[in-house]
Design a protein around this ligand. Structure first.
Ligand SMILES: Cc1cc2nc3c(=O)[nH]c(=O)nc-3n(C[C@H](O)[C@H](O)[C@H](O)COP(=O)(O)OP(=O)(O)OC[C@H]3O[C@@H](n4cnc5c(N)ncnc54)[C@H](O)[C@@H]3O)c2cc1C
Length: 401
């Protein structure tokens, strides 16, 4: 029976919850806002399926995934989708294809409480909500069970989730289905839904209205200098650049509110465990400058024959280029390495119920002062960045690199 002794060993993939034949497992939030399984011992029949299905305990990966994936830089030809997506909008093109074939798309959306959960959808109208990264942990609930039922009825299903979620699904299904397409992404880590709620509440107080839309990696100031945009019911909007927004500072600079398992992630590196892996193609401005217009470029790993087939079916909707260089595996550090545990993270969760979000932010992941914010804006101004890139290329040419 699954018992979480060390929180690093549970990713909250919900595989045990889905596999339990007697519904003896509940997923319970801890004080940090992350969910963990709890077994009702009176209901449990000791079948051991929960332990067998856990992808942390049984982390073999699946046969048939390439040890060295094919790497492609790509973005959708649809400018609206590209600008509305986190990277190059490849997820939306894949999803559109599955919808057109009367299949089902499974991905993460915000619910009314500003929590994130996975849904299964056969209505393309859901795509606007599915699109975009939500940088907090998503609840799978009973989605794996729903997916299995659809697969057994012969329906096509595409799921996009974190590497641990996809590994959990693979273990839950125990066999490959030709009608299942899996997508994961290179993942820096999952933030606490409780902290995110504090962040939204803090902004709602400041703007004196309810938040109605949140978009991370908004491209209003360009993809390289991504921003967070929150729209409010009163028509006002908050926009915070990546170096100014407290949530992004806490996430990217201080690693201040990720799930314990993300600091020692067991799902990094190659081979991957999904047919396709998506990521931001950081470094594309140096590797293939023509693929970068500062509007978002996706890195696609083709990890299996099925992944190649799916890519071939959508490639006419993409501008793409195969990249043959080992540098691509070096540029995106989250592919191989977990982030480090920090004293700021320890401070945040020690005080999460004592201090307000604003007080936590001021103490552990502070926004820069106004004068520094102005300097950051000037430094990351689009024109300045372009000039910097040109100078960098000239310097490299002179050095003969
Ligand atoms: C928590 C998180 C961390 C990431 N870290 C990195 C990183 O370090 N480096 C990097 O290059 N890329 C990272 N990515 C991936 C990147 O942000 C893009 O999601 C990816 O490149 C796909 O972009 P897109 O434009 O094709 O599609 P998008 O439309 O942006 O992708 C949308 C799909 O991603 C899935 N998704 C979104 N949020 C979640 C969530 N919280 N949990 C599970 N699934 C979710 C959904 O199914 C959604 O439909 C991360 C994504 C997430 C969600």
């Amino acid at each position: 029976m699954i018992e979480i002794q060390n929180k690093e060993n549970c990713t909250s993939c919900f595989a045990c919850y889905n596999v339990c034949p007697v519904n003896a497992i509940e997923m319970i939030k801890d004080s940090e806002g992350f969910k963990y399984p709890r077994v009702n011992k009176e209901k449990c029949i000791n079948c051991g399926l929960c332990d067998k299905t856990c992808p942390v305990i049984n982390n073999k990966g699946k046969a048939g995934y390439y040890a060295r994936p094919k790497v492609i830089a790509a973005y959708t030809k649809n400018n609206h989708i590209r600008l509305d997506s986190t990277s190059g909008g490849v997820f939306s093109e894949l999803a559109k294809k599955i919808y057109q074939e009367n299949g089902y798309v499974c991905g993460a959306i915000y619910n009314k409480e500003w929590e994130v959960e996975h849904i299964v959808s056969n209505d393309i109208k859901d795509l606007d909500n599915l699109r975009s990264s939500k940088y907090l942990q998503s609840d799978i609930n009973n989605i794996f069970t729903q997916i299995k039922k659809l697969l057994e009825k012969g329906k096509k299903v595409l799921i996009c989730g974190s590497p641990c979620q996809i590994s959990g699904l693979n273990n839950f299904l125990q066999k490959d289905y030709p009608n299942l397409y899996t997508i994961d992404f290179i993942c820096r880590g999952m933030n606490s839904p409780k902290i995110f709620k504090g962040y939204i509440k803090n902004l709602e107080n400041k703007y004196k209205a309810r938040a109605v839309k949140v978009k991370f990696k908004h491209k209003i100031h360009g993809w390289h200098n991504f921003s967070t945009k929150v729209d409010f019911e009163n028509g006002k909007s908050y926009i915070g650049g990546r170096y100014e927004d407290s949530f992004m500072i806490g996430y990217l600079k201080y690693n201040a509110f990720m799930r314990p398992s993300c600091y020692n992630c067991k799902f990094k590196g190659l081979p991957r465990r999904a047919d396709i892996t998506l990521a931001d193609f950081w470094g594309i401005e140096r590797i293939s400058p023509k693929m970068d217009q500062n509007k978002g470029t996706s890195m696609i790993y083709i990890n299996s024959e099925k992944g190649q087939k799916l890519f071939d079916e959508i490639k006419e909707n993409l501008v793409y280029e195969e990249i043959v260089s080992d540098d691509v595996f070096k540029e995106n550090v989250s592919m191989k390495r977990s982030v480090e545990m920090t004293k700021e993270r320890q401070g945040v969760f020690k005080n999460i119920d004592k201090l307000s979000y604003k007080e936590l932010s001021d103490r552990y992941f502070p926004e820069p002062p106004i004068s520094k914010k102005i300097k950051i804006r000037i430094k990351n101004n689009r024109v300045a960045v372009k000039i910097k890139n040109i100078l960098r290329r000239i310097y490299k040419n002179i050095k003969g690199e």
